[in-house]
Design a protein around this ligand. Structure first.
Ligand code: FUL
Length: 450
């Protein structure tokens, strides 16, 4: 959910020092990625032509033959529904490369598609660059075709050869997705893969089997209610934000004919939105290109419907015109005052004095307003702090709790039963250090949400 960005940073102009970062904090690349919130996953390869999720590395490359392949349709659709990045399969577990690698015969060079001269990764990365969408690729470590897989050192070399091609021939790469599936018992020299990525694409984030982005732990698109970006790794606290990957057709990452009924319902996709992005994670939603090489019409229609409902819900922010107050303001300086959360910016925030870890922020609408969605963001550039909070509304006589929550992090959306109230409070009850709140939003959900 994007708030408007204002460029003037109030805290930067203040004589009062900003809060010290609470370590660990995100790298600039992680922070930029977390602000993206939503990406699209594309599984496309030999399996697309066999109604298979996993194949054994023996399917004939001649069966790879999309009839109307158009990567711009994929990326334009992704962009139209709000995705800021994509991840495309360059090689799945079957070993079939969707680009003309020099290191395996099992690729689209051996297919009839464009007489073996096509390159899915080229066209997808070009479309991304043309449309301003961040490009990423999936390269399966597990390989059921490659004979070198039997020997770890030989396979490490093979895998790095492919990585090198993908990291040098296709422009900027934002995310490299290393799937852990099928690799039980195999030794990989992960550190050497990471070094190569850092050397060739220093801005690329390494996801899942990697240090920059973690798997949320399920394929349902759901993040837990309490979501910390901070994780314990090898005795250290590190910033390791979560990505929720989920296919739009239940249980199917690759295209299958006659499976349109598996396209998730609008309400299911809305629930996924609230429980992934709305819990502070990033959502990577898989849409499988079909045998034409296009995103299927039914899936595209559902995506557009979903996006239009979300846009409608979050169009009018009632917090924008509210009178703001707070129990504590850092240094009593308006540069850290609660009004800063109304600017909808990435750099302005409300903060309390050091040592003040319980505080409230109040919104006075001046007249009763009806709402059922509350959006809160921490300024995670300075670390993740809030441990517990709740939302209260004033009924004319007293404050009543509408929702209780734990972490806030990059984003927290509370779905409430519809309520009419003139005043609302965000009450922070426990935090690791003084809270730093970047935005707050109050909305009434679209009638198309149930
Ligand atoms: C899993 C794989 O086995 C699936 O085929 C798919 O690629 C999914 C994203 O990750 O581990």
């Amino acid at each position: 959910m994007q708030f408007m960005v204002s460029v003037v940073c109030a805290a930067c102009l203040s004589a009062v020092n900003p809060p010290e970062p609470l370590l660990p904090i995100p790298t600039p690349q992680q922070l930029a990625w977390q602000n993206m919130e939503f990406g699209m996953f594309f599984h496309f390869g030999i399996n697309t032509f066999h109604n298979l999720e996993w194949s054994d590395g023996k399917k004939d490359p001649k069966t790879f033959n999309p009839t109307e392949f158009d990567a711009r349709q994929w990326i334009q659709t992704a962009k139209d529904v709000g995705a800021k990045y994509i991840v495309v399969t360059a090689k799945h577990h079957d070993g079939f490369a969707t680009y003309p690698t020099a290191h395996s015969k099992y690729s689209l060079k051996a297919s009839p598609w464009r007489e073996g001269k096509g390159d899915v990764i080229r066209e997808v990365s070009d479309a991304c660059n043309g449309l301003g969408v961040m490009f990423g690729f999936y390269l399966s470590p597990w390989d059921r075709h490659e004979p070198a897989y039997a020997s770890s050192p030989a396979y490490d070399q093979h895998f790095k050869n492919m990585l090198r091609e993908l990291l040098t021939n296709y422009g900027p790469v934002g995310e490299v997705w290393f799937d852990g599936a099928g690799s039980q018992g195999h030794q990989y020299d992960w550190d050497s893969y990471y070094r190569l990525i850092r050397e060739l694409q220093p801005n690329a984030l390494i996801a899942i089997c990697g240090p920059d982005i973690r798997w949320v732990g399920n394929e349902d698109g759901l993040a837990p209610d309490t979501l910390w970006n901070i994780q314990e790794r090898g005795g250290n606290q590190v910033w390791h934000p979560a990505e929720c990957d989920v296919p739009i057709r239940e249980g199917q990452w690759f295209f299958h004919t006659k499976s349109e009924k598996k396209v998730r319902s609008l309400q299911n996709l809305l629930d996924i939105f609230y429980r992934s992005i709305g819990h502070g994670a990033t959502l990577l939603l898989n849409v499988s290109p079909d045998r034409r090489g296009l995103l299927p019409d039914a899936d595209v229609a559902r995506l557009k419907e979903w996006n239009s409902v979300i846009s409608e819900t979050f169009r009018d922010n009632l917090a924008q015109d509210a009178r703001m107050s707070a129990s504590n303001v850092r240094g009593n300086d308006p540069a850290y005052g609660p009004e800063q959360t109304q600017k909808g910016s990435l750099t302005n925030y409300w903060a309390t004095d050091d040592g003040v870890t319980q505080a409230w922020l109040e919104l006075d609408f001046g007249a009763p307003k009806t709402f059922d969605r509350i959006v809160i963001k921490e300024h995670i550039a300075l670390g993740q702090r809030v441990e517990t909070h709740h939302i209260e509304a004033w009924d004319g006589q007293q404050w009543n709790t509408l929702a209780e929550g734990t972490t806030i992090g990059h984003l927290r959306i509370h779905r409430l039963p519809e309520i009419t109230a003139a005043k609302l409070r965000l009450n922070i009850t426990q935090a690791k250090a003084c809270p730093v709140i970047q935005n707050i939003g109050v909305y009434k959900a679209s009638a198309r949400e149930q």
